[in-house]
Design a protein around this ligand. Structure first.
Ligand code: DX5
Ligand code: ZN
Length: 212
């Protein structure tokens, strides 16, 4: 399998020093920058939106992996694409017409990702896998960084891998560290989001290497 894509989540960064903290992970070998957008409705927390993505775009050349934990994501896809998102991931649970949202993301020339919450059965997303660029399996309830990895969620990966095309990126997000990363990559995940594990580490290069 090709190299695992590591996408540090800036939710664990210092928002007063976002440029510094993005450069830190960029210099430590990060592949993407994971941006968690929360609306206080789909999840019980509020984070950042379009203007912050536009500002980040100016200070990094790494692809921006934008994770929308919001209701009605279709309303904001164009704005996030304009702001410089390279991958836009919405939640299966947040939309009525999955095909329409995937088509909308693709029409903006952005990679299309879809995420499933811990309680969502993986068989529900099988019909969409061939159309998606990325499927994100949440390994915690979305909303907050620093939560404990839920091993049952990783058990969904083999079914997704079995039904996916060769090019689907299977990403996991929530409670990822060197140990839980291995569980996920052994099952077939090839992209890892990590917030606390990378940002709380004194040696970010080693932390990123330990995930691969
Ligand atoms: C949680 C977010 C994650 C979060 C991960 O809702 O989607 O991206 O930042 O944080 P850690 O790696 O600390 O669990
Ligand atoms: Zn995320």
């Amino acid at each position: 399998m090709s190299r695992v894509i590591v996408s540090p989540s800036i939710l664990s960064a210092d928002f007063a020093n976002l440029e510094r903290d993005i450069k830190l992970v960029e210099n430590a070998g990060a592949d993407w920058i994971h941006v968690d957008v929360m609306d206080g409705h789909f999840v019980p927390n509020i984070t950042i939106g379009v203007p912050v993505v536009a500002s980040i775009k100016k200070i990094t050349s790494l692809p921006l992996d934008v994770h929308l934990m919001i209701d009605n994501p279709e309303k904001y896809i164009n704005a996030f694409a304009q702001a410089g998102a390279d991958i836009i991931t919405f939640h299966y649970e947040a939309v009525n017409d999955v095909d329409r949202v995937i088509d909308l993301i693709k029409s903006c020339n952005v990679k299309a990702g879809m995420s499933i919450n811990p309680k969502t059965e993986p068989k529900l997303v099988i019909p969409f896998l061939k159309k998606l660029d990325l499927l994100l399996v949440m390994t915690v309830e979305p909303g907050f960084g620093g939560q404990k990895f839920m091993p049952d969620c990783a058990d969904k990966i083999p079914l997704i891998k079995k039904n996916a095309g060769e090019n689907l990126i299977i990403q996991v997000d929530g409670g990822i560290n060197a140990e839980t990363a291995r569980i996920c990559t052994d099952f077939g995940a090839n992209s890892l989001v990590a917030g606390n594990y990378i940002y709380k580490s004194n040696n970010k290069k080693e932390a990123i290497l330990s995930l691969r």
